[in-house]
Design a protein around this ligand. Sequence first.
Ligand code: ADP
Length: 599
Amino acid sequence: MTDDPPGTGGDSRLELLGELINLHAQAMQRMPWIQTLLIAGIALLVRLRVPPAWLIVWGLASIAVEALRATVAQRILSARIGWTPVTAHRVFVALAGLSGLAIGCGSVVFLPALPILDQALLGIVLFAIPAAGTAVSQSSPPILGAYAAGVLLPASATWIHLYPSQAVVISVLTLLYAIVLILVTADGQKLLRRSILIRHERDRLILDLEQRNTEVATAMQEAENAAMARSRVLAAASHDLRQPLHALSVYNAVLASSPNPQLLAEASQNIGQIVRSLGALLNSLLDLSRFSPENYAPARLEVSLQHIVAEVCAEFREAARQKGLALVEEFGEVRVMGDPVAIARIARNLIDNAIKYTAQGEVRVSTRIELMGGEQQAVLVVADTGCGIAPAEHARIFEEFYQLDNPGRDRAKGVGLGLAIVQRLCELTGSRIHVDSVPGRGSTFKVMLPALISSTPAVAPAGAAHADHHAGKRVFLVDDEQIILNSMRTLLVLWSYRVHTAASAREADALFAAQGAPDLLIIDLRLGPDNGADLAQAWARNHGTFPTLIISGETDSARLQQLKGAGRRILQKPIAPEVLAEEIRLALARGMPNLRLAH
Ligand code: ADP
């Protein structure tokens, strides 16, 4: 079996041979019937000259050989014989030789007994038999060769024995005939192999197409899910924005009616609460869009898990104390390659929830290494003794705006995005989160972080700045929105800073010229036609370095990423007063170099 089409390797050659063997085996099953007819025809020709016993023995012997061939073929097709294609091919070659010989033996016995005319007729029949064989043995020249040799050699030898004068002619003709038959079979085999290869190629293409179809269907499903999720978020967000805005307009009317001091105090308190929850909602929505694969590339830094989580715990100590909860910290040494911002954010949201949904008892925060599936795994666990979550809700609480126990969507009870953000961050950083909770008995959130490091020492993230009193520090405030300039100045003066304001780059230039560098510059990123960050850099060059906080309403994550990439500290509006106070304190305490990015 040679002459392989290009690109046909050893394995596919065997596969092809297997297919050809199967084709041959199918043809073999019809052979006992064809052979019987052939024997009947020859018997008709020679019956008057040959003893019937010889005829019967010869006929039965050659039918038996064909029956053997058919049985072997049947067993190969039904896979009852575990032969390799090469072995099966060899067996078929041998059986073809035997079958041809059975016919050929007949010629040895019959030819001498016949008159010349019948001899010629039988000769034609004998020579025609191998030609018919090319049809059934098209899949293999060796099979056809063996069959033709079995028939032709005894027949020509007998003819030569009877007519020695024709020895040369008969030998040459027989040889040429055999060669032609083998060449015809080889061509047929080539055709067969090509059609098998084409069929294989077609099957492969269909499989390929089916796989592509599945991929396209999956991608479409994902896009549909994403679109549905987006519209769900939008619907919930617009509802949650409309309520407080309505309340604000009501309070606006109250304020416009010159209320008495008590009503004024009440309105101001409520407005403060509304603004805080609006800010929280907006921040969470921004985070939700920020923490997506397109907008956020998680860092891969060597960090100490327990250091990051310990800092987050420190933020919640006071809140836990006020609720009478014990905040238990169990920190084992765990170092991972991870994103400190994402890890801190995950820990913050989980601890915040644990405190929020626990009325009494404790919140236990642990970092440790656990053995999972034979592998060491870095884990962060936040467990509480709070209200717990019903098993049916375990998956749903990670959906955007999904909240339990808040049918009135009271924003003071949270916005319902905390766990959605946690989930996003886990997906982005290759972490897994698991919740275990029994209603009334508490909840345990376990985060399995990837990339545990066991050897190299970790770099602890920068610790919180020392509390420092910076009253009286000179702060330059530059913003082209008068309303923001006024409100921020009031607040900063309240916090005892000396504040100088400028509403444009030109005014700020004059301020720097008159006063020199401030202790802190707070500047809007988009200052009319100018860029606050660039202006700050220019003033630093001319007047000496000073810490800077850039404030921005920018939501274009690519632009923000670009600015942060340039090492700039950006605060996104709206900024909660507590956050602003802390940022100012940190900037002044660190004597933060101009435009350095703090984490
Ligand atoms: P939010 O806390 O703002 O409502 P989250 O997405 O953080 O939104 O949580 C979704 C819901 O999951 C919450 O409304 C709360 O019912 C439930 N939940 C989250 N954490 C806990 C917890 N530790 N104990 C009990 N319930 C929780």
